[in-house]
Structures are given as structure tokens and as C-alpha cells.
Design a protein around this ligand. Structure first.
Ligand code: PLP
Length: 466
């Protein structure tokens, strides 16, 4: 199994190199050269297996022997044993043929744990085999930071530094980052905005000398390994609901397009998926694209579903590569045109091709509160705002009613208590294992929005325990 860049000019790499590289050298994203195929027999045999057993079988061909089978199997077992529900990703029925798949049973209560918990282990494993260490730096406006920290904590060959804007992340999100008592974890409150944090991270990467000296790395959402790990729950949901003998549809609350692209990948591998529905909030660039074929940038406004407040979707480039028949030069031209003018289109035939599988919908904050209330009244389930957008997308783009529709619930309601309370009058409780979150001691440093100060901090912290 080899991987190529969507822009066609980076070296073709094996899985372990793709894992550590993240972004391709030509600025593109790595995708498999060919999609492995899951046969009908293989899918049938998975029906009664555990989440981890299915995960091992789905992931194995993508890893392509770069991690020994026995190590991979053990890593996958360990990863999902750490989740807070024995089913790992439980399915709940919310309508006659409508289902919710709860992807929030991981350590930070959002779906990013599914990929990052495994990717953290894979990083540590590959680094140990090579005798290397890395410094991971990242900026967060909330969810990604805590999931990355939980993935990397206590791993010997990794130091992780997460920058967040002081006073601008929710109390739950902040405490999920700052109450982790591990020597290799460094949560940093920056006196500035999320954009300032992102700029500081970019500056660190652009400083070649610093980048090399610290062996900087990132675990952001364009890393192929994250998409790969997310393919698993599409397979799990489908085989639980009757695949391969009947197809299944999915509705996905979408921001950077990583999650829904994993569904596309599952379909490419032979999983019988009828429809993939992209749910957006009022930052609706993807909805407009699937309506018109034009990708057109607009401003970003804050909503109740902050993890979907995006201006552009970084993982969309992977779908574009497929829509343009794997032509890296065409992807480069398209991206360049988009950078220059902030708007670019695909032709009608290509749009129609994508729309055979993908639909999209949009929901504003009022609608989001309405759906949270309605689902609570009709089923007793509390939805977080992101998941509510998914449920609405499932309804808007239902298609064939005989096909089971699975909405991916991407966050636990207690991560967004204010929105849930406003909609239902109920304050959602954190799960038992986290109920003391607000009693734990916080540990973080506050730094000015100043690149020299941040770099100095990173250098000293890494030297301090290596
Ligand atoms: C990250 C995130 C999303 C968006 O997922 P993408 O893969 O970026 O499309 C949706 N909901 C929640 C809760 C998230 O944390």
C-alpha cells in the first residue's frame, strides 16, 4: 500500500512515512494509490465482531505491513479498551429506521478521540522503532487540543505543546487541557485570539532551524492516519445494521470534511453506502458547493457548533482529487485559482458525479436549538449542537426510507451545556469518570502573543526532561 499526494509532486510514501509527514511536501494531502477492497464475505464475517476486531481488519491493509500485525492488533485493542462504553461506538435508535452512533465515549467526549487515541500510539511506536523523538505543536479553539493532548500524554518520545487563546475557550474545554498531569504535556494560554495562536504555530514551522532542532510535528486533521481510523465506525455501523446485504446511509456534522471523507473512503473500499449527507451550520461553504458546484469563500461567524465554524475545509482536497480523476496538476490549478480569487467551480458533470453519493444541508442556531428540543421531547436523548445539525441533515436529505440512516453524534452534550440547557431546560451531566473535572488542579502557563517567548518556552521545556 502506497500513498500519493493530491497535488502529484511529492514522493510516493508508505504508511509509516505518511503518518509522520502529515502534509505532503508539495502542500498536498496523502491518499491511497489504490483503495483496498472489502469483500462481501469479509464484511459478513465482521457482523458479530467487537469494535476493536473490526478496526484491526479495516486498518490492516492501509498500514500495509509498516507496523507488525501483532503490534497493530495490540495497539487497536488498547486504544478502544480505553473508551467509556463497552460498545465503544453505541448505536441508539431515534426513529423507525433512524439511528444515532455515539462517537463521544472517548476520553475527551468528542469523535476526534477515535482517530487521535490510535494515532498517538502509532506515532510513539514508529518513533521508537526509528530511535527518534518529536515535538508536537498545535493551536486550538477547543476540541482538537484536548484530544491531541490525551493522545500524546505520557508517551516517552513525544512532547506536546497546545496553544489556546486565554479566556476564549469554554470551561470544560480548558479544563480538559489543563488538568492533565503529565510531564510531556504543555498547555499554553496565549494572551491573544485563536488566529494569533495559529500564527504562532505557523511561525514555528516556518522557522527551519527551530523546526529541525525540535523535530516539530503536528497531528492535525489532514493527517491520513486520522481519516483512516475514522473509516472503522462506518464499517461497524453498517455491518450492525445489515451490510453487506443491505446498504446504509450516514449524516455527518461537517467542518474540515475529515469525518465525512472517511465515509467516502469506506464506500470506495466496497462498503455499501447509499448516501452521505453533509450537515453544515450557517458557515455553509460546503452546502453551497454541493448546491452549485462553486466553492466560494465567505466570512466566518461564531455559532453554537464551534467545531464546524470553518471558512474552508482542508480535507475537501481529497474529494476534489477523486472528482478530478486523480489528476494532481488539475488539483494544483484549482487550489491556486481558489487562493487567488476565493472562488472556483467544478463542471456540471463532475458535480453530478459527487452528488450521486453526497447531499448537503444547512441549519442555523435557531434550528439547532429546535432540533435539540424536539429530539429530547420525542426520544429523551440530549444532543449536542453539532449532532443536532447531523440529525437535521439526515431528515432533509433522507432519500430511500427503507435504507437505515445513521447520524454520527460527534460530541457529548455536556461539552456544550449552555446550548443544551437553553434548548431543553436541562443541564447535561458529565459522565461519571469525568464528574470531578472542576475539582482537579489546573496546570498551564500563560505567555504573551510573542514568537520569541513561545519558542524559548518550548526549548526550555524540552531540554528540561530529555
Ligand atoms: C471536529 C468536529 C466536527 C467536524 O469534523 P470534520 O472532520 O472537521 O468535518 C464536528 N463536530 C465536532 C464535535 C467536532 O469536534
Amino acid at each position: 500500500m502506497k500513498y500519493v499526494s493530491t497535488r502529484g509532486e511529492a514522493p510516493v510514501l508508505a504508511f509509516d512515512d505518511v503518518l509522520l509527514a502529515g502534509l505532503a511536501e508539495d502542500g498536498g494531502l496523502y491518499v491511497p494509490q489504490d483503495w483496498p477492497q472489502f469483500s462481501t464475505d469479509e464484511l459478513s464475517s465482521m457482523a458479530g465482531m467487537s469494535y476493536a476486531q473490526i478496526a484491526y481488519r479495516v486498518i490492516r491493509p492501509f498500514v500495509g505491513g509498516t507496523i507488525a500485525d501483532s503490534d497493530l492488533e495490540k495497539m487497536v485493542e488498547e486504544t478502544y479498551a480505553g473508551f467509556g462504553h463497552v460498545a465503544v461506538a453505541p448505536l441508539k435508535q431515534i426513529g423507525s429506521n433512524d439511528w444515532l452512533m455515539e462517537l463521544f465515549q472517548g476520553p475527551t467526549l468528542a469523535f476526534k478521540d477515535f482517530a487521535l487515541q490510535l494515532v498517538g500510539r502509532m506515532f510513539a511506536h514508529v518513533l521508537a522503532a526509528r530511535g527518534e523523538r518529536v515535538t508536537i505543536v498545535g493551536a486550538t479553539s477547543g476540541d482538537t487540543g484536548s484530544a491531541a493532548i490525551e493522545a500524546c500524554r505520557d508517551r516517552e518520545n513525544i512532547d506536546i505543546f497546545i496553544l489556546f487563546p486565554e479566556g476564549r475557550v469554554s470551561p470544560v474545554q480548558q479544563r480538559q487541557m489543563t488538568t492533565v498531569d503529565s510531564a510531556n504535556v504543555h498547555a499554553i494560554a496565549v494572551t491573544g485570539t485563536f488566529d494569533d495562536c495559529q500564527d504562532l504555530v505557523k511561525e514555528m514551522f516556518n522557522d527551519t532551524q527551530f523546526r529541525k532542532a525540535q523535530n516539530l510535528s503536528a497531528v492535525n486533521s489532514i493527517n491520513w492516519a486520522r481519516v483512516m481510523a475514522q473509516i472503522v465506525y462506518y464499517v461497524v455501523a453498517a455491518v450492525r445494521l445489515g451490510a453487506p446485504s443491505r446498504p446504509v446511509s450516514f449524516a455527518v456534522p461537517t467542518g474540515n470534511f475529515g469525518n465525512v471523507f472517511a465515509g467516502w473512503a469506506a464506500w470506495k473500499c466496497g462498503l455499501p453506502i447509499d448516501r452521505l449527507v453533509v450537515g453544515t451550520n450557517s458557515n455553509d461553504i460546503l452546502f453551497r458547493f454541493f448546491e452549485t458546484g462553486e466553492m466560494k469563500m465567505a466570512g466566518v461567524e461564531p455559532t453554537l457548533s464551534p467545531s464546524m465554524d470553518i471558512q474552508v475545509s482542508s480535507n475537501f482536497e481529497r474529494l476534489l482529487f477523486d472528482m478530478l480523476d486523480g489528476d494532481g496538476a488539475a488539483v494544483r490549478d484549482w487550489i491556486a485559482a481558489f487562493r487567488i480569487s476565493g472562488a472556483v467551480s467544478v463542471d456540471d458533470a463532475r458535480l453530478a458525479g459527487a452528488r450521486e453519493k453526497i447531499s448537503a444541508s444547512r441549519l442555523d442556531d435557531d434550528g439547532t436549538r429546535r432540533v435539540i428540543r424536539e429530539i429530547y421531547e420525542t426520544t429523551g436523548e440530549l444532543l449536542d449542537p453539532h449532532s443536532a445539525i447531523g440529525v437535521d441533515a439526515a431528515r432533509q436529505c433522507r432519500g430511500n426510507k427503507e435504507v437505515p440512516m445513521v447520524t454520527l453524534a460527534t460530541a457529548h452534550p455536556a461539552k456544550f451545556p449552555d446550548a443544551v440547557k437553553a434548548a431543553t431546560g436541562i443541564h447535561p451531566q458529565l459522565p461519571e469518570r469525568m464528574s470531578d473535572l472542576f475539582d482537579r488542579n489546573e496546570k498551564f502557563d500563560t505567555l504573551p502573543n510573542d514568537i520569541a517567548a513561545v519558542q524559548d518556552f518550548v526549548r526550555r521545556a524540552v531540554e528540561g526532561h530529555s
